[in-house]
Write a protein that binds this ligand. Structure first.
Ligand code: CUA
Length: 347
């Protein structure tokens, strides 16, 4: 039916069918109640029409049962929207631990991609079929929005923040990529393609690339170049937190708050170091705002992440953003007892 009556784009990701199912449910509920209300109006208008000039309406008593029914039933129906929608929302926002990572920089007016091992692309993104892909996205200027209708995936990319999102393509082919947020004169030209390839072809495509260095090692170079390692070091001379094993963990801040060290936090700590000072450290780090490109920031983020992957993972540490049930190997440990004391002790 989809081919002869193409109201919807193709379903080309694992989430697409789920999004569509919810959408159809919303449409069905809407149609049902529209008809119910319209037909009831007609029916009552006819049934209770005024039959003679002298006819007077009689008083209507309230009905508690009826009022409870028309409050509780719609409440339950709207809850079903919420629960169904939330379950899809959580699935969309929690990349599986084995997702391959690709960094995305949006700018007026193009999409720049960089694969984990360094391969770059512009307005074209090659991804393997049947493999989860996690995008780490940042904007160099204004708000853009990464939108691939066939994947039912749309995520705003805001300047000053790192957005992450993931998808798993289920069908080989080329799919339109749009910018879905008005971003200036050539917004409509900020389009591209996502090419879903057979994993074997994808590997050979990757191998045939320009052979630039990986995201993390480019980040390591920047780290050394900006002399970050003079303060962020594991020994007693450290004037900044040790970054090894930091990613994805909880961090205790000076002001008593606890936050998770995710992509956005790491990026923010480079450009606005004093926004969230780690407990036990002086706010002495200078800002690197304007000194490091958005791409460079993502490379540094990849580098900091790589410090956690290489290090032996202490127990209780979940892979970033994937604390959903079934994905955390140590799922039995309640989140609240994980980590903070341990990372504190280490610093
Ligand atoms: Cu970028 Cu619209």
């Amino acid at each position: 039916m989809r081919d002869t009556f193409p109201l919807f784009p193709q379903q080309a990701s694992t989430i697409a069918a789920r999004v569509d199912a919810l959408y159809f449910y919303l449409i069905a509920v809407t149609i049902f109640f529209s008809l119910l209300i319209a037909l009831s109006i007609l029916y009552f208008a006819i049934k209770y029409r005024r039959r003679s000039e002298s006819e007077l309406p009689h008083g209507v008593e309230g009905s508690l049962k009826l009022e409870i029914a028309w409050s509780v039933i719609p409440l339950l129906i709207t809850f079903s929207f919420f629960i169904w929608g939330a379950s899809i929302f959580f699935a969309m926002n929690r990349p599986p631990g084995d997702a391959i990572e690709i960094s995305v920089v949006a700018k007026q007016w193009m999409w720049k991609f960089q694969h984990a091992d360094g391969q770059r692309e512009i307005n074209e993104l090659h991804v393997p079929l049947g493999q989860a892909v996690k995008l780490t996205m940042a904007s160099e200027d204004v708000i853009h929005s990464f939108y691939v209708p066939a994947f039912r995936m749309k995520r705003d990319v805001l300047p000053g923040k790192v957005a992450t999102y993931w998808f798993e393509a289920t069908r080989p082919g080329r799919y339109h990529l749009f910018c879905a947020e008005y971003c200036g004169t050539k917004h409509s030209g900020m389009i591209g393609w996502v090419e879903v390839m057979d994993p074997v072809d994808f590997q050979s495509w990757l191998a045939g690339g320009t052979g630039s260095e990986s995201l993390a090692s480019a980040g390591a170079k920047l780290f050394a170049q900006h002399a970050c390692n003079t303060c962020h070091r594991p020994d007693s001379l450290a004037r900044g937190p040790n970054l090894e094993g930091l990613f994805g963990k909880k961090v205790q801040l000076q002001d008593g708050r606890t936050i998770v060290a995710d992509e956005s936090y790491i990026r923010e700590s480079i450009v606005m170091p004093n926004a969230k000072t780690v407990a036990g450290f002086q706010p002495i780090m200078p800002t690197f705002q304007g000194l490091i490109s958005e791409e460079g920031l993502l490379q540094l983020v990849a580098y900091v992440k790589s410090l956690s992957k290489a290090a032996p993972s202490p127990e209780g540490v979940a892979p970033p953003l994937s604390k959903s049930r079934g994905q955390t190997p140590q799922g039995s440990a309640p989140a609240s007892v994980q980590e903070p004391p341990r990372s504190e002790a280490k610093k």
